[in-house]
Design a binder for this molecule. Structure first.
Ligand code: EPU
Length: 428
């Protein structure tokens, strides 16, 4: 399977003009941060796994490549993945793939859980700072795994994983996923104290249970009773990945900045409770129904203060969109980043568009201006890139966002979906 990532210069730019009010309907696809972990979970059981509602994004292509490098066969069509996992696997994740996608580290837990051995290249830092995996390793060590590092790889072995109490000092999403996917095959009961509680974790729990695992929430904790064997989830039409709340936030931000009324089909309100509260405070009118939610904005938004926190708090992934909205909102908003303290790099790009933002450590003070002005800017990561595209729709003149390959990692046809609700946007 080939990876469809635009290389630099090859349709690597989104071009936007100032938009009129947005109208119509947009369909929210499957969640990137869920599907990548469900794909890793498939490694836990021999046989044919089927995933549905899989977004056509380049991170999924990379995860397909990684699974294939291990000996798995993957077929992808019509937003479905058929993943054939053989009895034996090559339990190594090479640097050239891990380097391109940090999320590759989540193969560590399932490989240790099923084979008792794994060798995974150590991921480096990225555009929002250092990204350590110390909590992943400590949690797996408490189940009995041991690790050594050499030549840039981390090698783990575990003769027998044994259930125990695993305390995460911080509710890391990746560490929770890794320890969960090892614990489902450990002997006895594991209690994960202070796990991440993001909707994508609940999706993974549900998928693992359909594979025969015994995982349950006990208040804020996860209880895992290890089982001897897992099997592919009963397929039918395939296990349906939950909708992408961050993609939904992107379109909410577009409506926030351009005005109008748009229906977000498939968006799940209870995955975004804090965001909906914050946007309502800023003046967005949101109506929720079973099929999705409708966002309406008839006036300039009002500023608000923002502070990112693990779920159920306001996700760090929403922040670039909220900052874009604050750049043209009435008043001053103070933004505090508590998860990835280096995640402010795109602010220099917004300043190039006339935004009035001052940063101080992990805080930003955003003073709303009447208008942004279009400029050439660069995307440095998925969400910041998409937030610049959205800002371009509220700027006078033309905005060119280069580095579109970053955005393609997490968005299926962002330009097409925005154009479908009336935004003047193209790709070149
Ligand atoms: N951390 C450590 N040590 C660890 C693990 C994490 O210090 O062993 C720190 C991180 O450096 C960071 C904080 O803990 O400061 C949060 O990290 P977490 O492990 O929760 O995040 P992640 O699993 O690396 C996932 C998403 C991110 C999202 C974060 C927070 C995926 C593939 N990535 O990352 O999404 O921002 O959770 O919700 O699921 C994105 O989609 O663009 C994206 C970056």
């Amino acid at each position: 399977m080939s990876v469809d990532v635009a290389t630099s210069g090859e349709r690597d730019t989104f071009v936007t003009q100032r938009s009129r009010a947005l109208e119509g309907e947009v369909s929210i696809g499957g969640a990137k941060n869920s599907v990548l972990k469900l794909m890793a979970a498939c490694l836990l059981a021999e046989g044919q796994h089927v995933l549905a509602n899989v977004p056509d994004i380049s991170d999924v292509s990379l995860m397909c490549e990684l699974l294939e490098a291990m000996g798995v066969t993957v077929t992808r069509a019509d937003h479905r993945l058929v993943i054939d996992v053989p009895a034996e696997l090559n339990t190594e994740a090479p640097y050239h793939l891990v380097e391109r996608m940090r999320a590759s580290i989540v193969v560590l837990g399932p490989l240790l859980g099923r084979f008792g051995t794994a060798r995974v290249a150590l991921p480096g830092g990225d555009d929002f700072g250092p990204r350590p995996i110390d909590m992943h390793l400590r949690a797996l060590e408490s189940l009995g795994a041991t690790f050594s590092t050499a030549h840039g790889d981390i090698s783990g072995t575990a003769e027998l994983l044994k259930g125990t109490e695993v305390v995460l000092e911080y509710p890391s999403v990746g560490a929770t996923e890794n320890v969960l996917m090892a614990a489902v095959r450990a002997k006895g009961r594991t209690r994960i104290v202070n796990p991440a509680r993001e909707p994508e974790i609940s999706d993974l729990v549900e998928f693992l249970n359909q594979m025969g695992a015994r995982v349950g929430w006990s208040g804020d904790r996860l209880a895992v009773d290890g089982v001897e064997r897992l099997a592919p989830a009963p397929s039918g039409n395939g296990y349906r990945v939950i909708p992408d709340r961050i993609e939904a936030a992107t379109f909410l931000a577009a409506v926030g900045m351009c005005g109008g009324s748009v229906f977000l089909r498939h968006a799940v309100a209870e995955h975004m409770t804090m965001l909906i509260r914050k946007l309502s405070e800023m003046g967005m009118h949101i109506v929720i129904d079973e099929a999705g939610l409708r966002a309406t904005v008839n006036q300039r938004l009002a500023s608000a203060d923002i502070s990112t926190l693990p779920f159920p708090g306001l996700a760090t992934d929403y922040k670039p969109f909220l900052v874009s909205m604050l750049t043209t909102a009435a008043g001053v908003g103070i933004v505090t980043e508590n998860i990835f303290t280096g995640r402010f790099r795109y602010i220099d790009e917004l300043r190039r568009m006339g935004a009035d933002i001052r940063t101080e450590g992990h805080h930003a003070v955003v003073r709303g201006v009447e208008r942004l002005s279009g400029a050439p800017v660069r995307a440095h990561d998925i969400r910041a890139g998409a937030a610049l595209v959205v800002a371009g729709l509220a700027a006078t003149g033309e905005t060119e966002v280069t580095g579109a390959a970053h955005i393609d990692r997490g968005y299926e046809d962002l330009a097409g979906k925005l154009a479908g609700i009336g935004a003047p946007i193209s790709r070149r």
